[in-house]
Design a protein around this ligand. Structure first.
Ligand code: C5P
Length: 365
């Protein structure tokens, strides 16, 4: 059993789950706005955003891995060496140690989730550009079911009757909220994030959006469970695994960037890469990078199914934000659906022996 680290006295497991819920809600809103508020001619390239995400995430993970290198953790005496040369020596040794861990013989294992995540991150852009925030968020929760299915198939995880029932109720809750989404009309209004005119300049195609989000649910489930399998099946450091993940993502993320034809008034590869990259585009990438790092922590200290439940809580946050920003209307069916989602989350998290259904089924506590 691994020790559970804490942050400000609270278990990292729960802090990371709550952080992920807030991050998910923020990402769908900012990403959606960054895509629909500009005409196609002024839109930034999602391929560049996906590439940038991997570059930044990989670099941050590498820096964290450096600070946790064996030279720093194994030899307490190194703390007393303060001269610039000894520090330079230590960091060089740490650099070598991390590089040899990154290029270890089993690093290829990360190539599968890396490719799946690049595909998923690209599909996410297609989905969110073609669906209202709320519809995207709710439909994307179906990844909980794909994740549970892959967890059972690949990790041989056994789920109790209560856990299967809570997954079933979660799907029902998501479905009820979905009804609200398709009947509710997100009427844009002039707000802090932009005018109604701006919101209308992009034409959405819901069928394309639903197709993309469904495909993303499968890649999310498979990639997440595969990453968990690799992470928990070896002693390698989480941050080294993350660097490997980003390294293997670079190639599939680079291909669409290289194959995009240069615009007529091209200003060189690098300038074209950042073409139309405004504040909202940078905010999207920053929230994505942060989310990727938190996701890795959640998978390490918790598991993928719990991650799904945490992000399903973000539906509620997204809806509240949609009401404030896009004048979305909350109906009774939303309240019933969201309560079902919350109830099933509580039910899934009951410790074994205290589950409400086992009490009903077996008659024991
Ligand atoms: O929707 P889902 O929770 O599957 O999304 C996971 C996100 O986290 C993806 O964008 C993926 O690129 C990122 N991730 C990461 N590093 C990990 C695991 C996931 O950046 N170790």
């Amino acid at each position: 059993n691994q020790t559970q680290p804490t942050i400000c006295g609270m278990p990292l497991k729960y802090v990371s789950l709550v952080t992920l819920a807030v991050q998910n809600a923020a990402l769908s809103i900012v990403m959606h706005y960054s895509r629909v508020s500009k005409t196609p001619a002024l839109a930034y390239s999602p391929a560049s955003a996906v590439l940038l995400n991997e570059l930044l995430k990989g670099s941050i993970s590498f820096i964290i891995a450096l600070t946790r290198a064996p030279i720093f953790t194994d030899h307490q005496s190194t703390r007393h060496r303060k001269s610039i040369w000894s520090m330079l020596y230590l960091w060089t040794v740490a650099f070598g140690e991390v590089c040899s861990e990154v290029f270890s013989p089993d690093c290829w294992k990360l190539s599968i989730p890396a490719i799946l995540y690049v595909v998923q991150n690209s599909l996410q852009f297609v989905a969110i550009s073609n669906l209202p925030v709320a519809s995207f968020q709710v439909t994307y929760q179906m990844k909980i079911l794909t994740t549970a299915a892959f967890s059972v198939a690949l990790l041989r995880r056994k789920l109790s009757t209560t856990k299967w029932l809570s997954l079933f109720f979660l799907a029902i809750g998501v479905g009820i909220v979905q009804i609200q989404t398709s009947s509710g009309h997100p009427v844009p209004k002039p707000t802090a994030v932009g005018s109604a005119h701006e919101y209308h300049v992009h034409v959405m195609s819901p069928l394309k959006g639903f197709g993309a989000v469904t495909a993303a649910c499968f890649t999310s489930g498979l990639a997440g469970v595969y990453f968990e399998m690799v992470l928990k099946g070896s002693k390698a450091d989480l941050w080294v695994r993350n660097v490997q993940l980003s390294l293997f993502s670079l190639l599939p993320a680079l291909v669409p960037v290289l194959y995009t034809p240069a615009p007529p008034n091209s200003r060189g590869f690098l300038m074209d890469l950042f073409r139309n990259f405004g504040g909202w585009a940078w905010a999207t990438v920053a929230i994505q990078v942060f989310g990727g790092l938190v996701t890795a922590v959640v998978i390490k200290y918790s598991d993928n199914i719990l991650k799904g439940f945490a992000t399903s809580l973000s539906i509620v946050l997204s809806f509240l934000a949609s009401v404030a920003l896009f004048d979305f209307h909350i109906t009774p069916s939303f309240i019933i659906g969201a309560s079902t989602v919350l109830g099933s989350t509580w039910m899934y998290n009951q410790p074994a022996g205290k589950e409400p259904v086992s009490v009903l089924v077996t008659g024991t506590g």
